[in-house]
Design a protein around this ligand. Structure first.
Ligand SMILES: C[S@@+](CC[C@H](N)C(=O)[O-])C[C@H]1O[C@@H](n2cnc3c(N)ncnc32)[C@H](O)[C@@H]1O
Length: 280
């Protein structure tokens, strides 16, 4: 069940396998150490939002690593919020709250949080400006917003298999048109922060997918899951027969010794200025 107050397009990857995919594909403690620790080092009891938190793997890790903090893990999928609750119970955490809410309309007062972050959310939403606006409002003056998202997901491979590449482009364009999925959101983040009036904007770029030669078993499983989850949409654009052969071709491409697949990961942070004179 999905909740979207503003009737924006809903998350097309909603599926019973999605919780498993999101839970296994991140080393959450490492992620927290790398991206949250530098932002949290001068604050004692931090208040944090994880927006579009999925099953809460990362949010629970923040809660474990920062026991004096308070974390709101927000998602508009009831399935994800139920999963977070299970994780909260199993770790016996008392400083994190799973909350069913829409990222376009956050139920908090202005100037409430020290850190507001989202990971792999904006790529799925068709109005990222509005999300930045919401994040800006609930962040404290001089607090930090962090957004992490991809650029070039699904798209970049060499050598090019023309038949496969044509299908990829068809699928990606269809997802873009029908769901708002933006495969180039990463490169747009700096401008989004800039136009939303953040200061001290910092940008990091890393590789995310990087398969040179035969893909390993773990990543093969992740892609298998991902393509299964996206299958209803792929069938809508390619038809059932072509969609299944697309999945097979894609996985076979990853198994080749002579191919390279990559995408880039953008992590952008910015601080909220005192905005008495800024019109929101
Ligand atoms: C790709 S998952 C990312 C999950 C998690 N942040 C991670 O890094 O693993 C995107 C999540 O955003 C949630 N989502 C999509 N649209 C949303 C919205 N409008 N408001 C809140 N959450 C949303 C989805 O339900 C899903 O759990």
């Amino acid at each position: 069940m999905m909740y979207s107050k503003n009737n924006y397009k809903i998350y097309f990857m909603e599926n019973e396998k999605e919780v498993e995919r999101l839970s296994i594909k991140v080393d959450s403690d490492k992620w927290v150490e790398k991206y949250i620790q530098p932002l949290a080092k001068n604050v004692d009891s931090i208040t944090i939002i994880d927006l579009g938190c999925g099953p809460g793997t990362i949010a629970c890790s923040v809660a474990r690593n920062y026991p004096d903090s308070t974390i709101y893990a927000i998602d508009n999928s009831k399935t994800k919020i139920d999963e977070i609750q299970k994780n909260i119970n199993s770790y016996k955490l008392n400083n994190i709250y799973g909350m069913l809410s829409d990222a376009y309309s956050l139920p908090f007062n202005e100037n409430t949080f020290d850190i507001v972050y989202c990971r792999f959310l904006l790529e799925y939403l068709d109005n990222p400006n509005e999300i930045l606006k919401e994040m800006f409002i609930v962040t404290k003056t001089n607090g930090t917003v962090l957004i992490q998202d991809l650029d070039g997901q699904l798209l970049w491979h060499y050598p090019i298999d023309n038949e496969l590449q044509n299908k990829i482009v068809k699928v990606v364009n269809y997802l873009n048109k029908t769901t708002g999925f933006d495969q180039f959101i990463g490169r747009k983040l700096y401008n989004l922060f800039f136009t939303s009036r953040f200061y001290d904007i910092d940008i990091k770029i890393e590789t995310y997918h990087l398969f040179a030669g035969k893909i390993d078993e773990f990543n093969h499983k992740i892609w298998d899951l991902k393509l299964d989850i996206a299958m209803p949409k792929i069938i809508e654009v390619l038809g059932e027969f072509e969609a299944l052969s697309f999945k097979k071709q894609m996985l076979e491409y990853f198994l080749r010794e002579d191919t390279l697949t990559y995408s880039t990961l953008f992590t952008v942070t910015g601080k909220k200025p005192c905005y008495d004179n800024i019109e929101l």
